[in-house]
Design a protein around this ligand. Structure first.
Ligand SMILES: [Zn+2]
Length: 141
């Protein structure tokens, strides 16, 4: 039986929700470009292409998603070796190989897995927002 519900709750919708959450988390956690250190025009840079769902929404510090400036992000497609080398310099060859394996995994996330990932990232984002809100609330009293 094939069931592909349209609209809210569809795979496309869940993936868009995950994209939005992961982007917010990455850009709140990282304030400089992973590859050149610039703080201008930061965007979400995928070490492996977005079609690799196994790493697309990774939010762990040693995952394949980091802040990148627009210039480095635009250059990545033509010269992926720069980002790869920075990753290896920072986290080591072993982590890079494991991450690349995960990126190339053929696993297709189920709806339940996508929903679970959304819940985890919502909690993570709430914790980050709460952390950054706390000191300023104290300062204003
Ligand atoms: Zn850069």
């Amino acid at each position: 039986m094939r069931y592909n519900p349209p609209g809210p709750g569809s795979r496309r919708e869940l993936e868009a929700c995950l994209d939005s959450l992961a982007r917010k988390i990455i850009l709140r956690n990282e304030r400089i470009c992973f590859t050149c250190g610039s703080s201008n025009g930061l965007d979400w840079g995928h070490l492996f292409e977005r079609r690799h769902r196994g790493t697309r929404w990774d939010i762990s510090p040693s995952g394949g998603n980091h802040a990148q400036c627009n210039l480095c992000n635009a250059a990545h497609e033509a010269t992926p070796g720069i980002y790869e080398q920075k990753y290896i310099d920072k986290f080591g060859e072993e982590k890079f190989v494991a991450l690349r394996e995960r990126a190339h995994s053929k696993h297709k996330f189920t709806y339940l897995e996508l929903e679970e990932m959304i819940r985890e990232r919502e909690e993570c984002l709430n914790a980050i927002v709460g952390r950054s809100a706390a000191p300023s609330a104290e300062a204003s009293t």
